[in-house]
Write a protein of this length. Structure first.
Length: 253
């Protein structure tokens, strides 16, 4: 299928394995002491030493934490597939892949994505419009491609700051429907304002309408009236990940 502005294109996979999990973890630790590295992750030093010795492997949530803190490509961290760092994985997308398509006349032709397009990662991570979704390993499963002009005109956003994720649940209906893909602007966390946000709380992801109150309190609302509003006081488990600015089919918020 021809890739044009506003199409999602499946990514080719890359297999390049590097040692055991302990080997890969030692590469990430580098010159830093294991104790200091574990402290930065806020996990126990003894448990971390077990990972380094290859006697145990972390659970899914800890893997996600290590990747997030170090910038490692989570797929590489888990099984050694692909580049070590996430930025290198995304950089590989800068060279548009080519593939065979069937044109209107039914003939097979070689097609290469345009270098004029910008590629926005569509992540496997899902955020709940409901009771919260456990954080699974985040990875790029596809890309959304469009021109710079399209992103600025339709979304009024810099494509470098955008990712696509899938919403689950119906608490934000009819604004965001279950299973819809939403555009998240990561740059908005610098100066947050009232709006629809993706946030993490107690290792779960949510999409909710947030109102920032005096005293660092946040009122959390759902657009579906069947769900009650509540207040939360941000703690160490809370973080804003980005503001939801639009959904597919394209609707800007």
């Amino acid at each position: 299928m021809e890739a044009t502005s506003g199409k999602i294109v499946k990514l080719p996979t890359q297999a390049e394995r590097v040692g055991s999990f302990a080997d890969r973890l030692r590469l990430l630790v580098g010159e830093q002491s294991a104790r200091s590295f574990a402290a930065d992750l806020n996990i126990s030093s003894s448990g971390f030493h077990q990972y380094l010795k290859g006697k145990s492997e972390p659970v899914r949530a800890v893997l996600s934490l290590i990747a997030r803190k170090t910038g490692a490509n989570l797929e590489w961290l888990i099984d050694g597939t692909g580049p070590m760092l996430k930025r290198d994985y995304l950089a590989d997308l800068a060279e548009p892949p080519s593939f065979t398509i069937i044109n209107l006349e039914g003939r097979q032709v070689e097609f290469q994505l345009s270098s004029d397009l910008r590629y926005i990662p569509a992540l496997t991570v899902e955020a709940a419009c409901g009771k919260g979704t456990y954080i699974l390993p985040e990875d790029v499963r596809a890309v959304f491609s469009a021109t710079d002009a399209w992103f600025h005109r339709e979304l009024r956003a810099n494509p470098e700051n955008l990712v696509l994720i899938q919403a689950r649940g119906d608490s934000m209906a009819n604004t965001i429907m279950p299973e819809e893909m939403v555009f998240v602007d990561r740059s908005c966390v610098v100066e947050p304002c009232d709006g629809i946000w993706v946030f993490r709380s107690e290792e779960a992801l949510f999409i909710k309408r947030l109102q920032f109150m005096p005293g660092r309190k946040i009122k959390v609302r759902s657009d579906n009236p069947a769900y009650e509003a509540y207040e939360l006081q941000p703690d160490s488990t809370f973080s804003l990940l980005g503001q939801v600015i639009a959904a597919l089919p394209l609707r800007r918020f």
